[in-house]
Design a protein around this ligand. Sequence first.
Ligand code: FRU
Length: 439
Amino acid sequence: MKKQRLRLKAPDNWINDPNGFIYYKGYYHVFYQYFPYAPQWGTMHWGHAVSKNLVDWEHKGIALFPSKRADQNGCFSGSAVEKDGKLYLYYTGVRYEKINPDNVHTCLNEQFESAQMLISSEDGFTFDNCNGKEQIIPPITDPEIGDRTHTRDPKVWEGSDGWYMVLGSTIREKQGEVLIYKSTDLHQWIYQSKVTKDPGYGWMWECPDYFETKGGKVLLLSAMGLLKNGEREKNQAICFNAEFDEKTCDMQVEDSYHFLDYGMDLYAPQTTVDEAGRRTMIAWVRMPEVTKDGWIGMFCSPRVVEVEDGHICFRIHPNVRKEYEIPIGEIQEVKEDGYLAELDLEEGDTLDLGGLKIELRGNCLCTDRSSVYPNFEGAHLKSETPELKKGCHLEILVDEQLVEIFVNDGEYVISQAVYGLKKEITNNRNLPITLKIPK
Ligand code: FRU
């Protein structure tokens, strides 16, 4: 099956969120939201890709497909855990109450219900879609707990005395919330508590992920309707410092947050622990247009999440950085797997990277992709990080469709989907730039 290096992209047609990201029996598994029939969102399947090193990926085709009443219209996002050598996949089964007659892969007026489902596998490669599925949380009927329609994306982890799950939901379609469930056997789940903020934090929280990592504890979530200013991508992934008490199941989440990535293209991040114990994240990069090869949707390169003095950082994963080991003198030597550029900027410095403009202005890193991105209404063309603490060291991963700018080893990241990027770099004052290509 199709192989890919460094960046995991749709094998064909459409992909969105990464799902079930786990290191299991010697392989990294990434499943993903996949519509296998056309380059557009539709009835969700779980596609599957594996890698031994987070760099060389092989697509494995479809792992999960609708087969039960509860998931007849889609296997939505979810996560994976391992117990006693078995892989457990949790996901959301969706059943439409009104099918859109003009496109049976979508539903009419948001009339659907969602249940939480489980399927297990002995090896991570075979899934019994017909006999192996179990409904573990039926559609929620108590509005005091959650929403019957918009409750989804179970993320499960092992605590010291059992298994915990965060689940995205909404209070009356006005205010996002995360539901917390607990289980001692992976099958029976009991609702424990919830955490929410005011409606300013979005009307629905998708894809929650809570974890402990070096330096702190973090809640990631994808907030729908977070941006109010007519931007095309109103939904944004954000991160908070958080605390979770296993005894009481109480989750405390700071009021302040920052964006997962200041390019505003990333969404639905998911983390797992890598082979060496690092908390590693991947996320969907939203793309506005089908590529010339007929696919749409890709993932950012794996990032290590760490907290430094209370600040959540997203660093290049060492396995990825290690690949870029061949120094080159000229940008013309770059091949189709792209390059890594490394340099320092001072206030007022500018860089033009094949059409993507980069500048350090007011101690914030700013980008403008107007000339390498389709320009439609609400397109997010200009990006800007918050003020940097100290210095501006850039490591920039570039390939044909994606530029990822890591500032100060992941203090902030700006990742941008690009179209028609040129093989050129120019800057204002002959800045020394180190260029490397993958081996
Ligand atoms: C996030 C999301 C999830 C859902 C999935 C459906 O992008 O909306 O909440 O499970 O995509 O494809």
